[in-house]
Design a protein around this ligand. Structure first.
Ligand code: HEM
Length: 128
């Protein structure tokens, strides 16, 4: 959510916490999207990096939203609501794919839908 933090805001513990959460959010996005690129190009099925990337992306996103609301930042609730719904779908699809794969019934389509939805969330994060 670009611009959530006014540029002249004083540096304090909450700002630092928020920045650390943004850093983690970006690292887990790298894991989620990177894991998807590996799964898609190697046709190797879903991998642990993608599943954990999805879980932790959701958690850090929720934490960011919580801190932003608690700190009275200018929060775009519609944007975050849509991102939350998409992230929940990504986690659900990743979990179902991993479960199916474990039982020997891998479903590449579900992995692709999860990956594309994750990419949609990146686009929303940057452009909306
Ligand atoms: C698949 C799931 C997700 C992806 C791929 C994703 C991606 C991103 C990206 C790329 C950014 C940085 C954008 C920028 O600073 O221009 C970002 C920021 C952010 N995301 Fe997410 N996100 C996801 C889920 C969520 C969820 C579920 C929430 C909360 C409901 C959330 C809340 C936020 C917030 C508050 C920021 C603002 C950081 C700032 O101050 O700029 N994200 N997200």
């Amino acid at each position: 959510m670009p611009g959530a933090r006014p540029p002249n805001r004083r540096i304090g513990p909450v700002t630092t916490l928020y920045d650390i959460l943004v850093l983690l959010h970006l690292l887990f996005m790298a894991a989620l999207i990177g894991g998807y690129f590996v799964a898609a190009t190697q046709r190797s099925g879903i991998n642990t990096v993608m599943v954990w990337g999805a879980r932790l992306q959701l958690l850090t996103g929720l934490a960011l939203m919580g801190v932003a609301i608690a700190d009275d930042l200018d929060v775009n609730h519609t944007k975050l609501g849509i991102k939350l719904l998409i992230a929940l779908a990504v986690v659900a699809l990743a979990e179902i794919s991993a479960g199916k794969q474990k039982r020997g019934a891998a479903n590449p389509t579900l992995v692709h839908i999860a990956g594309v939805l994750a990419l949609v969330n990146v686009v929303i994060a940057v452009f909306v």
